[in-house]
Design a protein around this ligand. Sequence first.
Ligand code: SF4
Length: 346
Amino acid sequence: MSRVRAVALYSGGLDSTLAILAVMRQGIEVKAVTFLNHFGCEISDKSSCSKDPFSAATKFGFEVKLCHLSEKFIDIVKNPKFGHGKNMNPCMDCRILMLKEAKEFMLMTGSEFIITGEVIGQRPMSQRRDALDIIDREAGLRGLVLRPLSAKLMKPTLAEERNIVDRELLFNFGGRTRKPQMALAREYGLTEYPAPAGGCLLTEPNYSFRLRELLRHDPSPSLTDLHLLRLGRHFRLNQGCKVIVGRDKSENEKMLALADAGTVLLRVPGYGSPVALVAGPITGADLATAASLCARYSDARGLSVVDVIVSQGGSEQVLQVAPASAGLVEELMLDMARKSRIGLPA
Ligand code: SF4
């Protein structure tokens, strides 16, 4: 007889790993799916993710499939049916989208149900009991989503009613404490797991401020525009154009990697200089403003006139500009703290 299968939403974090192990311990084969979006940490970014986000999968022997939500995710960020959280995070819609995608995978693999590591009451918006019911209903998965860590606080799912899963071996964890999960991890021999993550970039106030501002000016931003929101200081020059000034070597390098042949780049020769990248079409006076901003953040900022090299594709020109004044920086910089200080909408 073939083994019962389940599909798990897997982030690599403690809760989703424990949920999988709890079900595997009942002899059920688990196929995990990790969903990626443009606003999460990069799997290769060792500074924000654990060294090997899938070390538990290797250790305990379950498969992980990666699935990028791409445009579908951007659509819900722009227009979430259930609204945004405190910032631009559409957590309810995000969970629904992930479950809808997992449902496809469940049907494809002949699996019986879906597992998530959600714990009732752990997050204010998407992990209330009523919110979880709505999420399952909207995903077309009523009774088919098992949350092993909080199962005993919830109505039995179909898998429990059909005795595919023994409810007695599931848990009643609730709220924000992680002590029961840590104790269970010890019991399961799960020794390495990442610190709890606060959510994706959309939960960050300043990133959300920049994204809202971008969407006001361009309802369909490119992926490059979205990636650039993570980097540098941003200045809006006009409706369709921003200049982004790198804050350190690593940001300069990332910005250069995002530039294509048509991108206008600026730098100050002969001095320590940031990379300044122009996002959008730019001409005349705005180019001089971009150059003055680049000069302001270079080591030549004390000079009255600074040479700035403007390059695009293979061509270069030199502009001579005065470094931007503090007043101009205040006026153009897109920074939540500054704008709220001068009374502009965040
Ligand atoms: S924090 Fe971001 S990735 Fe996590 S559920 Fe919310 S929107 Fe989705």
